[in-house]
Design a protein around this ligand. Structure first.
Ligand code: THU
Length: 133
């Protein structure tokens, strides 16, 4: 599956966003090495801190089905915002643990695009190496 196809999958996931508070819709799609795709959307909550972002939903779905960083090939994240949505701070911490530093992360809002990875998004991260010393 190519970059643009995975981005299209993320746009499909965005249709399932549950965002009654922000009305800001985000979708994500994880491509695994065997071709399987896991989707995620942002799922909000009246207790705002309980909200789950789209990229965490998608990566948690992949992990919940047995996939790990070695079997994840790419992540696409899209939004309906006026500019591309880069992952929030909490997601950067989560993704830095669950993706390889150089796994491609493709961002789009349908107009602008940006290709990045965790190495770029979260340098000097607090990681497993700090805890499991
Ligand atoms: N959101 C995501 O799903 N991913 C991001 O990277 C940025 C923010 C969601 C959380 C919340 O539901 C809405 O966007 C507005 O913050």
């Amino acid at each position: 599956m190519e970059r643009n196809e995975l981005i299209q999958e993320a746009f499909k996931a965005m249709e399932n966003a549950y965002a009654p508070y922000s009305n800001y819709h985000v979708g994500a799609a994880v491509l695994c090495t065997d071709g399987k795709v896991f989707l995620g959307a942002n799922i909000e909550n009246a207790s705002f801190g309980a909200t789950n972002c789209a990229e965490r939903s998608a990566v948690f779905a992949a992990y919940s089905n047995g996939y790990r960083k070695d079997t994840i090939e790419a992540l696409a994240i899209v939004s309906d915002g006026g500019r591309i949505a880069a992952p929030c701070g909490i997601c950067r911490q989560v993704l830095s643990e669950l993706l390889k530093p150089d796994t491609p992360i493709w961002l789009s809002n349908g107009r602008d695009d940006c290709d990045t990875n965790m190495e770029e998004l979260l340098p000097m991260q607090f990681s497993q190496e700090d805890v499991l010393r």
